[in-house]
Structures are given as structure tokens and as C-alpha cells.
Design a protein around this ligand. Structure first.
Ligand SMILES: Cc1cc2nc3c(=O)[nH]c(=O)nc-3n(C[C@H](O)[C@H](O)[C@H](O)COP(=O)(O)OP(=O)(O)OC[C@H]3O[C@@H](n4cnc5c(N)ncnc54)[C@H](O)[C@@H]3O)c2cc1C
Length: 437
């Protein structure tokens, strides 16, 4: 049986390589680290989480919670490793980023059918291939993809800073999760005066230099905090800093806070925390000065500053089918953020779907349509069929799934109905997969 080249050992590439191997297909997994790293990658291990350590909701009333459960049922390596390295995060699934990445690496290296090759790929290899080089794909490979498709790829994205717990002033910070769901977050409450002082400095702070298209192409889902602040005095107070569901948190004047900055645990030991929603492109010295105005962060040690990066994705509706394969050459597949799915788990899901159907094609079996009834399938259909205006990366939401025939009026019940239908469909797909393996 022909083996498959997988380029990139990120979230999508690891899930794809593992899925192919579990389907009996030999894999050459190419990863350019440690010889070369993108500006956002720091570790030598695979499936590195370059920004937040949160994989978002873990509940079935949320589409990304559903996506996780679908992946678990299908035998996902990323989900198995995430569950094993989870850290407390309320209703979300957050992981110890180092432990997670290390575990994925060990599991991939232990797979007898996967040969790991540490090398930068600069041309599209012959034979079946899954290209999963992520949002920071660049250089010769990016040029080769652009030449193949006749399109250019790019826009911008941003990451939040991480601070050490021991450097925080805990006399001003309250541990609590919203709506009484535990005490996983560190809350920095602000009075009205503290908020406006911070806002003024944030808006006036100096940003790092960026290249041509930055100002035009900021993705709403990862908008830098300073840009959000400029949209209106209350945009932050009503957005990531909203003081709701935190009754036990009081500001320095003893009253309900005007705004609350939340910090989320970033490693298993609980020694590092990221500032939720604070993706930023401020200069590092400005991050220290301006974020130091947040109560409790006056002397914060920044173990990683926020950064802003180019993000590259294909005009997928033009080129890909719902198995993430090129319409005019199904031996060439793409997976991960480069296809226009947005997010860690979405990227892993595309790697799995691309691999399942490539493996089936190579074995002479019919490919499987996951349909828009499942979260996995909805993303693939969205990416390959979107026909609105400008195509932009997409997180999974119930909104891209096949509408329910009789949707319950209650939002929570409706979400569970989407999830129930999806999981039934996944279970029937699993039966087919097991019968024809
Ligand atoms: C700054 C930034 C912040 C982000 N923040 C978040 C966030 O908070 N939450 C979230 O869900 N998503 C975030 N994302 C999106 C995130 O990148 C994706 O969710 C996820 O990492 C995509 O997985 P992937 O497998 O497609 O790519 P990656 O995880 O980037 O993996 C690509 C891999 O391919 C390798 N590679 C690249 N080129 C080559 C080559 N030519 N040859 C060999 N190997 C190569 C890279 O070294 C890397 O290991 C962020 C992205 C950026 C850039």
C-alpha cells in the first residue's frame, strides 16, 4: 500500500498521521522543528499550543464541546492527550501545554507505521500528501502552494501574554469562576477610575511594527486588546472584561467592579497564568507598563509577551472538497488552520477527517460524508462550500450545522438536540468505519 507524506507535526498533522497509521497506512511525517521554528513556535515537541492553553468548552451544549466528543469517539490522539493533561478551567478543557505536547510527541514517535523526519519541506512531494503546515506557512512551501493553486494566502492573528503567579499581588486578586463554577480563574477587579486610567494608557500605547496588510486584516476572533479598546470606551468592559457572574469579586472600593480582568491557569503546576482576551501587538515594554496598571499585576513577571503574526489560509471553497482534498487532485490534501478552520480542536478535526478519507481512497473504499449533522462534517462542508462574501477562518458553531427539523425554543435544549443528533450520526459512521477497516 502506498504510504502518505504528512507535512507539519502540529495539531492537524499529528492527528492526521496517527489516524492514517491506525488505518494501516505508512506515514512519513515531516517536521521542520528543531532546525527551524515559526515566530510563534518555541518548543521542540509536536502539537505545540502557540497561544492560549484552553481548548475551549468541554460541554455538549457548545459546538466545540460536541466536536471534542465526536473526536473522542473516533479515537482522536489529540483528545486523548488533552484529557490526560487537563488542568482546572471551569467548564472548559485547558491543558498543561508542555505536558500535552510532550505526550503527543511520545505517542507519535511510538507508532510503528509513522516515520518522523525532521526536515523543512520546500516543495509539494510526489504521491499522496496531507499538507498541515499551519497558519504560519511561509517561504518556498508557501510559494509552491500559491503556484499550485494560483492564489495568495494571508492575514493577521494575535497571542496573549503569560505571567507568573508568584509575581502577582494576590491581596488584590480573587479566585473564582463565573456563575459559581469553581475557583479556577484569577480575577483582577477594577473600579471605574482604574478602568478608565488603564483604557487611556492602552489606547495611547506604542505598538510593534507590522507589515503591509495588518491594519486591513485583523480576524475578529483573535482581535488585539488595544484595537478592541479603540472601538469604544465600554467595548472591553462589556466584552472580555465584563464583570458578570462574579458576585464574590469586589473592587478596591468594596463595591461591584466596573470591569474584571481574568487570568487563566496555563500549566499543570498552576504557576503560570495567561491574561484572557489580551492578545496584543503592544511593544514588550509597553505591555509591562500598561498591563501593570491592572490591579494585582503591578509587578507581574511576563514569562511570555503577547505577539502578533501573519496567518495564512487557502481560498478553500475554490479548491477543496469536503474531505479537504484538492478537487482536481485528491492525492493532495490539506488539514488544519491552513484550510480556514480556526482553532486547535477544529484543526485536529480536519486532520482526522482528511486522513480517514485519504486512507479509504487508498484502500479503494468509498469516502465517507460526515454530513452537516456532525460538527466535524459541518466544518469540512463550510470550508469547501462557503459561497458568501470574503471567505474567513471559522470556529465550529451550531450555526454552520444542518438546521434541526423541530428546533426546541430553549437555547440549551436546542444545543443538546444538535449534539444528540450529531453523536448518533457519528456512532453510525463509526459502525461503517469498523466494518470496512
Ligand atoms: C499567534 C497565534 C495565536 C493563536 N492563538 C490561538 C488560540 O489561542 N487558540 C486557538 O485555538 N488557536 C490559536 N491559533 C491558531 C492555531 O495556530 C491553530 O489553532 C493551530 O495551531 C493550528 O494547527 P495546525 O496543525 O494547522 O498548525 P500548527 O499547530 O502551527 O502546526 C504546523 C506545524 O508545521 C510545521 N511546519 C511548518 N512549515 C513546515 C515546512 N515547510 N516543513 C516542515 N514542517 C513545517 C511547524 O513547525 C508546525 O509544527 C493561533 C495562531 C497564531 C499564529
Amino acid at each position: 500500500m502506498e504510504s502518505v507524506s504528512v507535512i507539519g507535526a502540529g495539531l492537524a498533522g499529528c492527528e492526521a498521521a496517527y489516524t492514517l497509521a491506525k488505518n494501516g497506512i505508512g506515514v512519513r511525517l515531516y517536521e521542520m522543528k528543531p532546525f527551524r521554528r515559526s515566530p510563534a513556535h518555541k518548543a521542540d515537541t509536536f502539537a505545540e499550543l502557540v497561544c492560549s492553553n484552553s481548548l475551549r468548552s468541554n460541554k455538549l451544549d457548545n459546538a466545540v464541546g460536541l466536536l471534542k466528543e465526536e473526536l473522542r469517539r473516533l479515537g482522536s490522539l489529540v483528545m486523548e492527550c488533552a484529557d490526560k493533561t487537563a488542568v482546572p478551567a471551569g467548564g472548559a478543557l485547558a491543558v498543561d501545554r508542555v505536558g500535552f505536547s510532550k505526550l503527543v510527541t511520545e505517542r507519535i514517535e511510538a507508532e510503528p507505521l509513522i516515520e518522523v523526519i525532521h526536515s523543512e519541506i520546500d516543495a509539494i512531494p510526489e504521491g499522496p500528501v496531507i499538507i498541515a503546515t499551519g497558519p504560519l506557512t511561509d517561504g518556498a512551501l508557501m510559494k509552491a502552494i500559491e503556484d499550485l493553486l494560483g492564489d495568495s494566502l494571508h492575514f493577521f492573528d494575535a497571542a496573549a501574554p503569560i505571567v507568573s503567579l508568584e509575581s502577582l499581588d494576590m491581596t488584590k486578586i480573587v479566585r473564582a469562576s463565573r456563575y459559581g463554577r469553581g475557583s479556577d480563574y484569577l480575577n483582577c477587579p477594577m473600579t471605574r477610575l482604574e478602568y478608565y486610567t488603564f483604557l487611556r494608557e492602552l489606547i495611547a500605547a506604542e505598538t510593534a511594527e507590522l507589515h503591509e496588510f495588518e491594519s486591513k486584516m485583523v480576524f475578529e476572533g483573535c482581535m488585539p486588546v488595544e484595537i478592541m479598546a479603540k472601538r469604544g470606551d465600554l467595548t472591553l468592559a462589556h466584552g472580555p472584561l465584563k464583570p458578570v457572574g462574579l458576585n464574590e469579586v469586589k473592587a478596591s472600593d468594596g463595591k461591584r467592579p466596573f470591569a474584571v480582568v481574568q487570568l487563566r491557569q496555563d500549566n499543570a503546576e498552576g504557576t503560570l497564568f495567561n491574561i484572557v482576551g489580551f492578545q496584543t501587538n503592544l511593544k514588550f515594554t509597553e505591555q509591562k507598563r500598561v498591563f501593570g496598571l491592572i490591579p494585582g499585576l503591578e509587578h507581574a513577571e511576563f514569562v511570555r509577551y503577547g505577539v502578533m503574526h501573519r496567518n495564512s489560509f487557502l481560498q478553500s471553497p475554490k479548491h477543496l472538497d469536503s474531505s479537504y482534498a484538492l478537487r482536481n487532485d485528491p492525492d493532495v490534501c490539506f488539514a488544519g488552520q491552513i484550510t480556514g478552520v480556526e482553532g486547535y480542536i477544529e484543526s485536529a478535526s480536519s486532520g482526522m477527517l482528511a486522513a480517514i478519507n485519504l486512507a479509504r481512497r487508498l484502500k479503494g473504499l468509498e469516502t465517507i460524508d460526515f454530513t452537516r449533522e456532525t460538527a466535524i462534517g459541518s466544518l469540512a462542508h463550510y470550508v469547501s462550500e462557503y459561497n458568501g462574501g470574503s471567505f474567513q477562518p471559522m470556529n465550529v458553531t451550531f450555526g454552520i450545522m444542518e438546521p434541526l427539523e423541530a428546533p426546541p425554543r430553549d437555547k440549551y435544549e436546542r444545543a443538546l438536540a444538535y449534539s444528540g443528533r450529531a453523536l448518533e450520526r457519528i456512532d453510525s459512521i463509526l459502525n461503517v468505519l469498523n466494518e470496512t477497516k
